[in-house]
Ligand binder design. Sequence first.
Ligand SMILES: Cc1cc2nc3c(=O)[nH]c(=O)nc-3n(C[C@H](O)[C@H](O)[C@H](O)COP(=O)(O)O)c2cc1C
Length: 179
Amino acid sequence: MGSDAFDAIAESIDTALIVVTAAADDSRAGCVVGFHAQSSIDPQRYSIWLSKANHTYRIAMRATHLGIHFLTADDLGLAKRFGTLTGDDVDKFADIAVSVGNGGVPVLDACPNRMIGRRTAVLDEGGDHVCIATEIVSAHGGGRFEPLRLSQACDLEPGHDASDYLDGATETLDRPRQL
Ligand SMILES: Cc1cc2nc3c(=O)[nH]c(=O)nc-3n(C[C@H](O)[C@H](O)[C@H](O)COP(=O)(O)O)c2cc1C
């Protein structure tokens, strides 16, 4: 089924890492995300994929806006905080500088390269991640930067394994749905 080739391609892409944040009611959430991309030029859209296992996914489903923070090569500490801890156990925002953006979304002051997206659509095609499309409502740039890449963070142990959600799984890529 070519899963080695799939993994080799994904590794070669060496995606840039971001932190996605969300808030709903009195809860704040955020996690490291490697699955993300610009998905329209005009209008400006940005899409991210959240793991069904994550606290951030559950909050994002109730949020109107998402914070999309682009990590730099110096941000391994932030990646460790947001990629290895889970909001199910700790408040990741407790001792860092956070502002409030559109729709109450938490904005990480330490990340000058960031956008806020309004949630416009959600696609759950049965895998372990869900696509959330956003319309960009604000963007802030800190100048050109060297992204933190997957290869620099591959030793981090995610706070939730993506397979944690599997008890209620529907379709998987091993059993593609007949279209
Ligand atoms: C390098 C790396 C890439 C990751 N990519 C994603 C991703 O694309 N989407 C996602 O939802 N989680 C991703 N994760 C996992 C979450 O960041 C991690 O499980 C986090 O601890 C979940 O926190 P939460 O339960 O508070 O949401 C990634 C983690 C790491 C270390």
